[in-house]
Write a protein that binds this ligand. Sequence first.
Ligand code: BES
Ligand code: ZN
Length: 642
Amino acid sequence: MSIFKPALLGACVLTFSIGACGNQQVAEPADRQVAPVERQAPVIVKDDKFTYANYDEVRVTHVDLNLDVNFDDKILDGTATIDFERVASAATTLVLDTKDLSIRSVATLNGSNPTNPGTGNSYTLDDADPVLGSKLTIPLTDDTTQVRIAYSTSPTAEGLQWLSPAQTAGKKYPYLFSQAQAINARTIAPLQDTPAVRMTYSATLRVPEGLLPLMSAEQGDKDENGEFHFKMPQPIPSYLLAIAVGDIKFKAINDHIGVYAEDYILDAAAEEFSETPLMEAANTRLYGPYRWGRYDLIVLPPSFPFGGMENPRLSFMTPTLIAGDKSLTNVVAHELAHSWSGNLVTNSSWRDAWLNEGFTSYVENRVMEDLYGKNRAVMEQALGLEDLKRDVREAARPELTQLKLPADIAHPDDAFTQVAYVKGQFFLMFLEERFGRAEFDAFLKNYFDKFAFQSITTEDFIKYLHDQLHVKNPDALTREELDEWVYRPGLPATIANPQSDAFDNVAAQSASWLAGEITASDLQTANWSTHEWLHFLNGLPEGLTQMQFADLDQAFSLTGTQNAETAYAWYMQAIKGGYEPALPALDAFLMSVGRGKFIYRLYAALKDNGRAEWAEAVYKKARPGYHPIAQRRIDGILFPDE
Ligand code: BES
Ligand code: ZN
């Protein structure tokens, strides 16, 4: 059966005339039905509800930032000069997203008469919505070619964390870093803050003496005025705008790959990430050229709220990856893979986040397999599947476990569960299995080329899949199977069940320990990797006795372990099992690690297991050091009614 034809009974319609399925109610625009997606094609329908921008009428094409990085006031202060193109010739306003910005003035400029101050201060800034921020509306006349906005950010901007010298490892200089994904670029600059719009950017930064500024861009030299210049010549979505400023040093890994970090961790980071060139080679062989020039990594302070962030040319990484044994470098493979999936081909709204994260998780795992072999890749798949099952079980409503998310998600955060990552990854594994690896690899390589520097929807992908692969292999997959993967909640019937001999061995040993046949010190763990430890710890059943906890802890010193993933898995069990000897080390962990993947669940588990007071006391101490993104999330976990 062709996936091009509508399914017969009540199923989601996959002709490309209607992109409606399940909770997705918006009909796809007429131009997407037939026209191939052109680079920078006009957007007719706005499908991103997390932006005020009128990108169906006017689109930002370039922003030039000219900013003072002011550590005394914790603000970025200066101007954003915006170029735009008219999509609808009758457009009379440019609508931008802002959040917690103070706007000093707005000038409209006329390119043929650049000194013309234009319409001056004529603009409106609406009252703030707690999620979206404030809509900035700038009237345009026919001869307006640019707008210049003088503004400053807020010291509490959600997209920026300002660290005092005492909060850094070196203790001498302050530090600033940004996190724009998903909708925090608008707290950094006035922009069309939607992944549907791509723009190039340039920037001039002034920073205090002794500090190095970096951006997700080509770096120019410091000029004679002490200013730093940056240029991103490829069009990127706003969420990839990034800045870091600090006492940052550099170490090369090869001629176009290197690591930035504070001195204390620079050598260790360069060693931990030394295989990045091999990852790049594998990625390039499979999916085509790396198109961004340099690829550097920066190891941020521990309050960075993610494992990694794929800022172009410069991935931002958590220091918790520096385990000393390269056991957590799949996160490097992941952020690097975004240079294809996400940064080159971008989800056009957060409802389609799986196009970024699912593709990236799939590519990441293929690269890990290429470099380290099937066994490690399968263990990582199995660990992912365990997390996916948990997220599916815990979903607030079933629609949130669809790959294509419903139109009414409350916040883009809802789009970044293991559904986007792991269900998306397993969907591509399923397609690979059905079409064959060679065919599917060639297809994906062409996909990255075809949609390079474009923002696309799930339906664009499905149409391309149909046209390029399914018409040639009509028996490989049915419409129902595809629908189930993309538009239905939960785990599809056709999901793979990764088989790991290493994990089977862990499970067998675990069972004999649980049955009391052996003590913890008899467990044959000498060759266990971090992955095997995670499988062991995550698989422990409820109801372990305090003796059993103590037996494990004495044999393996799990409390206080330095591997952050293992520590997290152990503390989750300790919280659920009421194992109090772990609490002081858990306190220290929560005080020193700001990575959301760990701390959100730890606080939630503490609260759910009768330790709300203890959690609140630790949070009170830790909160000032957490990133604003983490503060908002944990406030919501511990104090949901406030
Ligand atoms: N793009 C994400 C991080 C992100 C997601 C930032 C949503 C803001 C909103 C990044 O690529 C990512 O997925 N990081 C993961 C690591 C990965 C191996 C799953 C992380 O931070 O844990
Ligand atoms: Zn990612």
